[in-house]
Design a protein around this ligand. Structure first.
Ligand code: PAF
Length: 279
């Protein structure tokens, strides 16, 4: 496994490496969710590359960029054990040199939910993912459904800019009690950790109602919200939204189109997101 820190060297290696090339973009602090992506990328491609880059431009001024969990040594061991060929681990100045001033501004797909709660977040995500795509030109890139709106933003950018990458979405990996794996779960106190599966339970409550035939988005949202609000450890609910699973447009009534019910909820200072696709 080669660890590369400069864009130029990464591009040069990716040009000469056997194809197809699968890329797994990450911010490190790897867990089983990431490893499900690398496993799939390894199985699908002749070359498997991963990136480890805590992208400063997708964090708001009051967010956790400086405290975001970092575990480079352990991450490299895990990636090596997964059969990774290339790891791209640049420093921020390499990705955003002095004078960097060109951004990808996603449109409507990035307006609601995480886009509304975290202004500028998807501009940072889209810009860094576009750069990772143009630095490596992968045949396939792998993302987790856990960040459902992020996947939709990346798919739209990839299509709108004709980047030609096959964007592969992998299912959310969960703890046995239902909590979606996330690097931010490390912030939870034992009490918050015990309560955190309520986020998925809330989504499942709405999903169960949908299975009974309910198609009114307000009633499905209310079912999820009631479960969240009954848990004392939940200090705030940023949103419970029901959207078209591809465009992220809010839905009033669900129809034959795949829909996504998504939430962001806070347990003290820890903010968890999760979603379920209604197919
Ligand atoms: O999901 C993540 O870890 C990040 O948002 C990504 C896609 C690696 C871009 O920084």
């Amino acid at each position: 496994m080669q660890v590369i820190t400069t864009c130029a060297e990464m591009t040069a290696l990716c040009r000469e490496t056997p194809r197809p090339l699968g890329l797994v973009p990450t911010m490190g602090a790897l867990h089983e969710g990431h490893l499900s992506l690398t496993q799939q990328a390894r199985a699908d491609n002749a070359t498997m590359a991963a990136s480890i880059f805590v992208n400063p431009t997708q964090f708001g001024a009051n967010e956790d960029f400086s405290t975001y969990p970092r575990s480079m040594e352990r991450d490299l061991e895990l990636l090596s054990a997964q059969g990774t060929d290339l790891v791209f681990a640049p420093l921020p100045d390499e990705v955003y040199p002095d004078g960097f001033d060109t951004w990808i501004e996603p449109g409507a797909v990035a307006e609601g939910m995480e886009g509304a709660a975290r202004p500028g977040h998807f501009r940072g995500v889209a810009t860094v993912v576009a750069k990772l795509f143009t630095i490596t030109w992968p045949d396939r890139a792998y993302f987790g459904q856990k960040d459902g709106q992020q996947v939709a933003v990346i798919r739209k950018m990839n299509a709108d800019l004709n980047l030609g990458v096959d964007v592969v979405t992998m299912p959310t990996i969960r703890e046995p009690d239902g909590l979606a794996l996330s690097s931010r779960n490390a912030y939870l106190t034992p009490e918050q950790r015990a309560a955190a599966p309520v986020v998925y339970r809330a989504l499942r409550a709405a999903e169960s109602l949908w299975h009974t035939g309910e198609r009114n988005a307000n009633r499905l949202q209310a079912a999820a919200l009631a479960v969240l609000q009954a848990e004392p450890q939940i200090s705030a609910v940023d949103y419970v939204s029901i959207v078209d699973a591809a465009t992220m447009a809010p839905l009033n009534v669900l129809d034959e189109r795949p829909a996504m019910i998504a939430t962001a909820a806070r347990l003290g200072s820890v903010r968890l997101i999760d979603n379920v696709v209604l197919l």
